[in-house]
Write a protein that binds this ligand. Structure first.
Ligand SMILES: Nc1nc2c(ncn2[C@@H]2O[C@H](COP(=O)(O)OP(=O)(O)O)[C@@H](O)[C@H]2O)c(=O)[nH]1
Ligand SMILES: [Mg+2]
Length: 314
C-alpha cells in the first residue's frame, strides 16, 4: 500500500520538458519522414541516446533491440521506432522493483528511522521537509532531527520545514555533535510514541574521511537507541548534475549502507535521462524523486509513469 498521495503526473510531465526535448523530440525528428530506417539513421539515434545521460550501455542496448525489431519486420516503414525505444527504456527501469516504504514496515519498527545523507545543496533538507509532510499527511506521527550542526542557518531552515509540515523537530545549537542530536531525536520519538523519524545531516563529500567517520558514528548511535536503526539510509542526489549524481551514488555506496536514492530537481532539467543510468548501474533503488521546491513536490518513483511522462503519454 502506498503511503503518499497519487503522483501529480502533469507536474512530472512539465518538469521533464527539457529532457524530452533532448531525447524524445530529437528521436522523433530523426525518424520522421524517413520511409526506411537505415543503418545511418540507427547510428544517428544511437548518438542522440549516448549524449542524453541515459548511459552508454542502455543506449547501445536500446539501439540493438531496435535493429533486431527492424530485421524482424517485413515492411520496415510500418515499425514505430519511437515505440520500440520507449518500451526498451521502460524495461531498463523495470529491472528492479523496490517500492516506497509502506505502513506495515513502519509499524514493525516503530519508530522507523530514516537517515538522509548527501553532498551540499543536493536537496537533503528540502526533502526531509517534503517527506515529513507526506508521512504526516498519511496519518503518521513524525519527528525530525536536525543533525546538520555544521551551519548556523541549518536549524532555522529545517525548523521552517517542520512548521510547514506540522511535525516536531529536535535540534541543538550549531557546533554540537550531530550524534548527540541523533540520540536526542530518537529518545524524543520513543517518548512521544512517534511512528517515523527523519534525520537531516550536513552535506559531506565522500573524499572527506572525517565526515564519513562522523556518519558512521551517527549510525551507531541510532542503532543503540532503536534496534536496527537506521532502517533506511537515503542518499539525496541532484538530478540536474547528471553524471555527477551517478558518481556520488557510486562513492557513497562504498562508505555507508544505502537503501535508496532520492533524485531531486528533476523539474526543469535536461538531464532527467540520468535516472536510466542510475537504475542500470546502482545496486540501490531510486525511491523518491523531487520535482520542485514546494512541500508537495516529492513523488514516489514509479518507473512506468516516469517513462510515460517523458514520452508525454497519459
Ligand atoms: N527545483 C527544485 N529545487 C529543489 C528541489 N529540491 C531541493 N531544491 C532546492 O535546492 C536547494 C538546496 O536545497 P537544500 O535542501 O538546502 O539542500 P541540502 O544542502 O542538501 O540540504 C534549495 O534552493 C532548494 O529549494 C527540487 O526537487 N526541485
Ligand atoms: Mg541541508
Amino acid at each position: 500500500m502506498k503511503l503518499f498521495k497519487n503522483i501529480n503526473f502533469d507536474k512530472l510531465k512539465d518538469g521533464l520538458d527539457k529532457t524530452r526535448e533532448k531525447i524524445v523530440n530529437r528521436i522523433s525528428e530523426t525518424v520522421s519522414g524517413k520511409a526506411n530506417i537505415d543503418e545511418a539513421t540507427l547510428e544517428e539515434l544511437e548518438e542522440i541516446l549516448i549524449t542524453s545521460d541515459i548511459g552508454l550501455e542502455t543506449a547501445m542496448e536500446v539501439i540493438e533491440t531496435t535493429r533486431i525489431a527492424l530485421k524482424r519486420e517485413q515492411d520496415r516503414s510500418k515499425l514505430n521506432v519511437l515505440e520500440v525505444i520507449q518500451n526498451e527504456l521502460a524495461s531498463a527501469l523495470d529491472r528492479y522493483s523496490e517500492g516506497p516504504i509502506d505502513k506495515i514496515e513502519i509499524e514493525k519498527f516503530k519508530p522507523y528511522v530514516i537517515l538522509i545523507v548527501g553532498v551540499n545543496g543536493a536537496g537533503k533538507t528540502t526533502t526531509v521537509g517534503k517527506l515529513a509532510y507526506n508521512f504526516k499527511q498519511s496519518g503518521l506521527k513524525v519527528v525530525i532531527g536536525s543533525a546538520d550542526t555544521f551551519r548556523a542557518a541549518a536549524n532555522e531552515q529545517l525548523e521552517i520545514w517542520a512548521q510547514r509540515a506540522g511535525v516536531e523537530i529536535v535540534q541543538k545549537e550549531s557546533g554540537s555533535d550531530p550524534s548527540a542530536v541523533a540520540f536526542d531525536t530518537l529518545n524524543v520519538a520513543k517518548r512521544t510514541n512517534a511512528d517515523i523519524v527523519l534525520i537531516d545531516t550536513a552535506g559531506r563529500l565522500h573524499t572527506k574521511n572525517n565526515l564519513m567517520e562522523e556518519l558512521k558514528k551517527i549510525r551507531k548511535v541510532l542503532g543503540k537507541v532503536v534496534e536496527n536503526a537506521p532502517h533506511d539510509t537515503f542518499l539525496v542526489v541532484d538530478g540536474n548534475t547528471g553524471q555527477n549524481a551517478l558518481i556520488q551514488a557510486r562513492e557513497f555506496e562504498k562508505f555507508t549502507d544505502l537503501t535508496g536514492l532520492i533524485v531531486t530537481k528533476l523539474d526543469g532539467t535536461a538531464k532527467g535521462g540520468v535516472i536510466f543510468q542510475i537504475c542500470a548501474e546502482q545496486k540501490v533503488p531510486v525511491r523518491y524523486i523531487g520535482v520542485g521546491e514546494k512541500i508537495d513536490d516529492l513523488q514516489d518513483f514509479d518507473s512506468k509513469k516516469y517513462v510515460k511522462a517523458l514520452f508525454e503519454l497519459q
